[in-house]
Design a protein around this ligand. Structure first.
Ligand code: MN
Ligand code: MN
Length: 375
């Protein structure tokens, strides 16, 4: 396709806005600012071990000294700090936001007094999968846009954590950028899912994936099996059945993938199907799941559902969960619809006591493999 036939992100957003003749254009402008942030982060991460001179300036300007321990108790990498600063600086000034929430900031971020405040809330994971930075594996940024409560807009007051505690169904737009061999922006504004690829010559996101759909069926699953001894019985049942392949109740062989980068897993599933599980488990009873509801599970869930896939806690649609905290964690299962529904059914059957966990001669339900297995 000739270059001129590919729409830019700006053109796509203008076309979307025509669906809402009264729209102010603020949402479009905000999405473009987020896209600008992802371009800057793509550039910063591409320097790798060389380090990006512009990033060093940003860290100095922010007066933060990496590495420090962030609110999640993880050691923040310099690039986490840089990416957070880039998100704040590129989106705070334009008058579209009432406030922001970030993985890297314990409390909501207030729009500085010198800028106008607007009608939206932006929540983000500025650099997802950042432990993959050192090994040069794909990382990304995840974002979710909510409407600020009307009373916040009317009063112009500072935002509080409670203002952000809206279910995923309330999202106006969401998406992610993936910094892989190519930089891509994947977006939903509630009208399907589209993917843009960064054209480095023009510095523009060009529409390369105009209608992303997740196939309903798959033979590929992704889970961190080092946690298998902590899994709940429905998850063990599902994985054991996949591993049993042609010889088991599923009657077909499965492949397994695990990148340990949520954005990269979500992207693979959007491109070719699959199911991803980071379910609630018994490893740390204080954490009902690993991933964060507001800036990981909800935006990825919105994208999946808009692409015809499904996103669930295993027990209920993740987008229906009323959040209890800005940094709340949750169990997450998403991807090809029929597989996610099957996993939900296994949870329901386990709760009702009607499940029959699959026991093969090769695998047992306690550990992945029977020690005495002979074939
Ligand atoms: Mn993350
Ligand atoms: Mn992160």
């Amino acid at each position: 396709m000739p270059l001129s036939n590919r729409r830019t992100l700006t053109q796509y957003l203008i076309e979307q806005r025509r669906r809402f003749p009264g729209a102010s254009g603020a949402l479009n402008a905000l999405v473009l600012d987020v896209a600008l942030a992802t371009k800057a982060i793509a550039r910063a991460v591409s320097f790798g071990e060389l380090g990006d001179p512009m990033s060093a300036q940003l860290i100095d300007a922010s007066k933060s000294h990496a590495p420090v321990v962030n609110v999640q108790g993880e050691v923040q990498k310099a690039l986490d700090v840089v990416s957070n600063e880039i998100f704040l600086r590129t989106t705070e000034w334009a008058g579209h936001l009432a406030g922001m929430g970030s993985e890297e900031m314990e409390s909501p971020y207030q729009v500085p007094a010198q800028y106008r405040r607007g009608g939206y809330l932006l929540v983000f994971d500025p650099l997802d999968g950042s432990s993959n930075i050192d090994v040069n594996v794909s990382v990304g940024s995840i974002f979710s846009i909510l409407r600020a409560p009307q009373e916040v807009i009317d009063s112009g007051r500072d935002v509080t954590e409670a203002d952000f505690l809206q279910p995923g169904t309330a999202q106006v737009a969401a998406g992610y950028a993936i910094y892989g061999p190519a930089t891509m922006l994947v977006l939903t504004v509630g009208d399907g899912v589209v993917g843009f690829t960064l054209d480095h010559n023009l510095g523009e996101f060009k529409l390369t994936h105009p209608d992303i759909r997740v196939p309903a069926d798959t033979q590929e699953f992704a889970i961190n099996s080092s946690n298998s001894r902590f899994w709940e019985s429905p998850v063990k049942r599902y994985v054991d059945e996949c591993l049993a392949g042609k010889t088991g109740p599923r009657g077909k062989d499965f492949n397994m993938r695990w990148i340990a980068s949520l954005v990269a897993e979500a992207h693979r599933i959007l491109m070719r199907g699959g199911v991803f599980m980071y379910p609630r488990d018994t490893k740390d009873p204080s954490k009902p799941g690993r991933l964060r509801l507001l800036y990981e599970a909800n935006p990825i869930g919105f994208v999946m559902e808009q692409a015809g896939g499904r996103a669930s806690t295993g027990r209920e649609p993740v987008l229906a969960v009323p959040p209890a905290g800005l940094h709340q964690r949750i169990g997450l299962v998403f991807g090809s619809k029929n597989e996610v529904e099957r996993i939900e059914r296994y949870h329901a059957e386990a709760e009702a006591g009607t499940d029959k966990p699959y026991v093969s001669p090769l695998f047992n339900e306690r550990s992945l493999y029977r020690p005495e297995a002979r074939v």
